[in-house]
Design a binder for this molecule. Structure first.
Ligand SMILES: Cc1cc2nc3c(=O)[nH]c(=O)nc-3n(C[C@H](O)[C@H](O)[C@H](O)COP(=O)(O)O)c2cc1C
Length: 230
């Protein structure tokens, strides 16, 4: 698969087949991802990989914690993102499309809770990744980790594997910290599912929208661009 094909065909997968992913494959993907750039080469990424019994244990304990502490959803780090336009509409569109595909009507709290909970089963993927970052590092390192994650996801796609990045894992972090022994000096910032997509599950049919380039780019110094947008 060409790189551009991997980029264009990668989508967030939210239903996986149980087929395992070999240790060597995961390790190689991590090696490739570690070629991602990072400011002054600090390589701030830290990853916990869970598979087999460790994965099942994390899933089981996390889901139990969530049932007992359903409102313990605050992230440990600053999460004061204001819900403003145009972001709110994009977020709602995604939710509407996804829940529409699965057939969960708006306001069905029970099924929405259940569907959200699938995050904590890694959507049945055989491998889960939990990304952490040293609390001492600032936003620049978080950018680096984003690049690491995207490199990992594209390398996985190239090998016929699928992924879903999961901010959901920065909630209920107290339980994850304890189960995986994550040091107090690190934030749990994201999770990721890794495995083989279940092509028959309707949730995987979702192709999310993108804004056109003109919507997010200001071109400076390109005569063609100013003619087109004039
Ligand atoms: C940092 C990050 C966190 C995300 N968290 C979640 C999540 O918790 N659960 C989920 O189902 N999808 C999650 N996603 C997937 C996004 O919803 C998805 O990337 C977006 O809708 C675009 O769709 P696409 O990945 O299929 O292109 C996350 C993506 C990113 C980059």
């Amino acid at each position: 698969m060409e790189l551009q094909e991997a980029i264009r065909t990668r989508t967030s997968i939210r239903a996986f087949k149980p087929d395992p992913v070999p240790f060597e494959t995961v390790k190689e993907l991590l090696e490739i991802a570690a070629r991602a750039p990072s400011g002054t080469n600090v390589q701030p990424w830290k990853v916990h990989v869970v598979a087999g019994k460790a994965r099942d244990e994390l899933v089981e304990k996390l889901l139990a914690y969530r049932e007992e502490n359903p409102t313990d959803t605050a992230q440990e780090f600053d999460h004061s993102n204001k819900r403003v336009e145009p972001y709110i509409t994009r977020m709602r569109t995604l939710g509407k499309e996804m829940y529409g595909l699965i057939g969960i009507p708006k306001g069905d709290k029970e099924r929405s809770w259940e569907q959200w909970g699938r995050n904590y089963k890694f959507f049945d993927a055989p491998v889960g990744l939990i990304f952490t970052v040293d609390k001492d590092l600032d936003a620049r390192s978080w950018l680096d980790i984003g690049m690491f994650m995207q490199t990992f996801m594209l390398a996985a796609k190239e090998r016929g594997l699928d992924t879903c990045a999961q901010g959901a894992w920065n909630m209920f972090w107290k339980a994850t910290r304890e189960i995986l022994n994550v040091p107090e000096e690190e934030y749990i910032i994201c999770g990721m599912s890794l495995g083989y997509a279940d092509p028959d599950d309707p949730v995987n049919k979702l192709i999310s929208e993108r804004e056109p380039v003109e919507g997010f780019t200001t071109f400076h110094g390109y005569a063609e661009a100013s003619v087109e947008t004039a």
